[in-house]
Design a protein around this ligand. Sequence first.
Ligand code: XMP
Length: 319
Amino acid sequence: DWTAQHTLEHLIADIRAKVGDEKVLLAVSGGVDSSTLALLLARAIGDRMTAVFVDHGLLRLGERQEVEQALRPLGKALRVVEASGQFLSALRGVTDPEQKRKIVGREFIRVFEREARQLSAQGYRWLAQGTLYPDVIESAGSGEGSANIKSHHNVGGLPEDLQFELLEPFRYLFKDEVRELALLLGLPEPIRMRHPFPGPGLAIRILGEVTPQKLEILRRADDIFISSLRDWNLYDQVSQAAAILTPMQSVGVVGDERSYGYVLGLRAVSTVDFMTADWARLPLEFLDEVARKITRQVPEIGRVVYDITSKPPATIEWE
Ligand code: XMP
């Protein structure tokens, strides 16, 4: 029978046995899996690990600070790499969603490779990843592969001359089990219960070209939506929620003037496996409040719409 405490001890013993006195590198994304893994490794091998967090400038409002705070127990073992300039330049002028995904994936590997090379020179031999059991099954592949309709971006793809031994302590665990470990390891609640967030981040939630101005607008609107979900105790009732900035501008009135503001989409879904999903029946009073707050506090947005399409036929993301 599965108890979190027992599993935790077992995983720690296993990591120590495998790694011996060698050093481990990992990438943290701010999601529950990699954050839990970072805390687990810190517990198991102390400062013989380094966690690299790449700030690609496509994160939500306050997300970087939240991750830094949550991983404070790592001390100097947490290395935050500021790379927003690099990602935003690479994305300039790009409108195709798959192209954006490829660019973010490629730049991520570039940044991570730079860090990995330095650490490899310092004797790091292991690369840890928060792969879960469902990922293992999926990539073993019965070929159904609807998850691969979009090119998902993960670590991997490092060049031949830069080889690490792979450490995947969660490869027999499910997400719920990782969340229980996270609780034992003291990962703060907002990260422990966080919805999934795509690797390319806000780049695929701004339809069309990604610009610093649009990122700014989307961040503020998204923050209002997500904080309101928390305030209304709805956050844990949905599986994922997102604000999407469209390139469309519509007519409105502000005072006596006609105005043109962006159309913002709100999306919230319930799902078990993210392969199919039902649009969330959020209370109308809630949606009303969010739309008012957003248009009041983010004047660049003139109209808010709620997505009532399920998956299939629509995907969860709009790109
Ligand atoms: P879709 O939009 O395909 O999304 O219904 C299903 C789940 O996958 C996430 N998603 C991604 N995650 N890189 C990621 O790491 C991606 O490119 C990507 N595209 C979609 C999406 O947020 C949802 O949880």
